[in-house]
Design a protein. Structure first.
Length: 315
């Protein structure tokens, strides 16, 4: 019996000594840093990228393509300083749809690389780049994505007083000037919105100090909207806008080629709450667009495109 007790004690002492020896051997792991995104899980899941007014002011660019080129997956398909159509994930042309407040811009910019989209971000409240299944409400052809320009021509909330802003910019490489302004006036239920811009650039100066022919641009636009907001939150409004471009088209022969598109747009919008039992909100927008596009050679029109659109869209 005594022999058995001594054997158990010796075995326990051996195990304890082995454990103490292993405890003194340290293994150091490499440093691992874990960082989290500033976006919530809900924001990450949304297939929409929003470009705010602050981001637009910080980005140096006149066209939509220039402004959005800093976003991941978006590049600028530019054919001269006056053109800038976004390319989303390598897709462009008819595969990328351009819209203003959810309605097609109704131009011919998808037909050729030297056609500018008839939309300007001078007084936009934000730019939205939409991907994936969300593009289906804009049509089946926009498989690349949708670029929607949201502005303030329609007000859905009351405003009392006057709000406005003025922005200006100068550029030295093309002796460019850029001026834009917006004004909102309201007495409560009635709100009027007015905005406009004017932009002009000369031929771009290259790194060798020489001007690049046919790179000058000139554009101007104006929007006017009147809205009425009811006590129950329903609102109706009408708006009219005009947009004019003229820009040179660079070419190897330096021929005096230019493009001069113009567009006049009329919109009417109604927002109604609890109008239909199954829908909490119903938004209807009626749009009429008259578009004309001239292609010029030495101040003579050699090509003319015309396009008209009448649409009624529920949102």
């Amino acid at each position: 019996m005594a022999i058995k007790v001594n054997w158990v004690f010796a075995a326990g002492f051996t195990l304890a000594a082995s454990s103490l020896s292993n405890a003194t051997d340290e293994t150091r792991l490499e440093e691992v840093r874990v960082t989290a995104s500033g976006q919530s899980l809900n924001d990450v899941a949304q297939p929409v990228q929003v470009f705010t007014q602050e981001q637009m002011q910080a980005q140096n660019g006149h066209t939509i393509g220039d402004l959005l080129s800093s976003l991941p997956g978006v590049s600028n398909a530019s054919f001269g300083a006056g053109v800038g159509r976004p390319v989303i994930r390598g897709l462009g042309g008819n595969r990328v749809k351009m819209a203003i407040n959810g309605t097609d811009v109704a131009d011919v910019s998808a037909m050729s690389s030297d056609h500018a989209p008839m939309v300007d971000a001078a007084n936009a409240s934000q730019l939205e780049v939409i991907y994936g299944p969300s593009t289906l409400r804009f049509g089946s052809g926009a498989m690349g994505g949708v670029v929607n320009v949201a502005d303030s021509r329609f007000h859905e909330t009351e405003l009392k007083g006057v709000e406005g802003q003025i922005k200006s910019a100068l550029s030295s490489a093309d002796e460019g000037t850029d001026l834009s302004a917006s004004l909102d006036v309201g007495n409560g239920p009635w709100v009027m919105h007015l905005d406009g811009f004017a932009r002009e650039t000369e031929n771009h100066r290259a790194g060798n100090g020489e001007d690049v022919d046919n790179t000058s641009t000139q554009s101007q636009g104006v929007n006017l909207g009147v809205n009425h907001i009811q006590d129950n939150g329903n609102s109706v409004g009408i708006a009219i806008s005009s947009l004019d471009y003229e820009y040179g088209v660079p070419n190897p022969d330096n021929d005096p080629a230019s493009v001069s598109p113009t567009q006049t747009r009329f919109d009417a919008q109604g927002v109604f709450y609890d109008l239909v039992p199954l829908f909490q909100q119903v938004k209807l927008q009626l749009t009429h667009i008259d578009y004309e596009h001239g292609e010029n050679f030495d101040d003579t029109v050699v090509g003319l495109f015309e396009k008209r659109l009448l649409s009624l869209n529920p949102h």
